[in-house]
Design a protein around this ligand. Structure first.
Ligand code: GDP
Ligand code: MG
Length: 163
């Protein structure tokens, strides 16, 4: 069994963009079960010769950006149960939101490795802006841009180290 990595975070931060980059369209499996699992996609990826499974949480349904907070918490709790490592994604464009703080609160209690990924860091200014995410109490973070892959190598290096 390969290790399971879950990408969690509020809607629109870029989780699916990173997921698609990681799986490179290989073996994307759509779970047809209704309920929470309806909104989860599974795929396989590898880095430096280490294979792992990736779960993209949060929904592919159009208009799902207004998912209720409770739904996101449910996704995070499921990910905490199921995953070996959690990538918690936030968005530097919007900065820290109340939803980010709620998810961080859940993740701070978790014994499993949590990697904080500050996404949409497309330029140096945004790299500086990312410092505000220290306030989430999860320690250091990785600055990435899922659209062009910037910074994702460092994130994956750290990921395979804790697998
Ligand atoms: P999800 O709801 O968390 O799965 O987010 P998506 O992956 O669907 O992305 C939401 C929006 O953010 C899309 O319009 C993406 O193109 C955009 N996005 C994702 N990653 C980046 C990034 O690194 N930089 C910028 N500028 N936009 C991004
Ligand atoms: Mg998505």
């Amino acid at each position: 069994m390969s290790a399971i990595v879950a990408i969690v975070g509020r809607p629109n931060v870029g989780k699916s963009t990173l997921f698609n980059r990681l799986i490179k369209r290989r073996e994307a499996i759509v779970d047809a079960v209704s309920g929470v699992t309806r909104d989860r996609h599974y795929g396989k990826s590898d880095w430096n010769g280490r294979e792992f499974s990736v779960i993209d949480t949060g929904g592919y349904v159009k208009g799902s950006d207004d998912v209720f907070e409770a739904e996101i918490d449910k996704q995070v709790e499921l990910a905490i149960d199921e995953a070996d490592v959690i990538i918690f994604m936030v968005d530097v464009e919007t900065g820290v939101t109340g939803m980010d703080e709620d998810v961080a609160k859940l993740l701070r209690k978790v014994k499993k490795p949590v990697l904080l990924a500050v996404n949409k860091v497309d330029n140096n200014k945004r790299a500086e802006d990312a410092v505000e995410f220290y306030s989430l109490g999860l320690g250091d973070y990785f600055t990435i841009a899922s659209t062009n892959g910037s910074g994702t190598g460092d994130l994956l290096d750290a990921l395979v180290e804790v697998l």
